[in-house]
Design a protein around this ligand. Sequence first.
Ligand code: F6P
Length: 372
Amino acid sequence: MALANKKIKKIAINTGGGDAPGLNAVIKAVTVAALNRGWEVIGIRDGYNGLFLPENYPNGDGLINLTYEIVEDITPRGGTILGTTNRGNPTRYPMRDTKGNTVEIDRTDEVLAGFRREKIDALVAIGGDGSLMMANGFVKKGLIVVGVPKTIDNDLDGTVITFGFDTAVSFATEAIDRLHTTAMSHRRIMIVELMGRYAGHIALEAGISSSADVVIIPEIPYDISIIAEYLKNHFAKGRKHAIVVIAEGAKPKGGDAAIIEHEAGKAERLGGAAERIAEALKPLVENEIRTVILGHLLRGGSPTSFDRLLSLRFGAAAIRALDEGMNSIMVALDPPTMRYVPLDEISGKIRMVDLDSDIMITGRDLGICFGD
Ligand code: F6P
């Protein structure tokens, strides 16, 4: 584990990528635990933008001095008081060239110059795989970094769970519970698309918890004829409705995930999985089909108590790590405690659903169709 022998006086904190419920709780714990050690805490607005694009902040508020008062009551608040972005990745910053084409430019040296200018000794980077990989790049250029694993998708390696996931699964479960009664009244097949990028954790856990009949995840490419057959038998047995939960990253056998767009400097935008499977199912089943996309509703609102506590624990552990002289690590949940995982070990890795896990086996034992 890398150790930094620098005495910390001033740290920065930022939130990168998509927001997730619990971000503010991490900000609070980091701020309070750092202030209690006599350190200064600077919040960087909108990923790294507040630090390296001062022209976007004419009032000089790209950086915020975080105080006890500012963070006092933010634990239950969704979103992030610092703002975030999944556009301004400084390693691949989108800019126009002389011909008007969008090109991706590496602007990390400007970010590092910003840290030096502000005399910031260390960074607590709260982010998903992309943000943590980027932060690890800054370590290689001399910055002290501790990462905090954030994403509703729960697809980060090295930690048992990321914060934001529990809130997303709880909300999805409640929403699907509501769909049962309307689907039953109309004898319909209701197809619900859930976020999760290339991993199926949200769809799997929300699907099982909300008694879905079919759960389609990216880890198991689906065969439409198997799903149609399952649904026909399901209705033949007298069932009045069916719930199909599909992860946005799901793909048919031999096909790819449904993609809406891929802009320069941004990650691919997934979407359309529910519509695609509905169109494929229509000619094969008799019942009416309706689709529902829960989308960003999974990311909004107040974190569950599980996510609040996890976020506060992550934030406090990040400051303990810096206090102990650690560098280039991510705090991770390893029940009942926290552990520190080298960023190099988790960088660029995505944790998919383990098809032999107890959760998957439970789904199979319950008779859920996984499209295979
Ligand atoms: O990674 C979190 C996430 O919500 C994914 O589940 C989803 O694919 C993506 O972000 C959506 O991002 P955006 O906010 O850019 O639409």
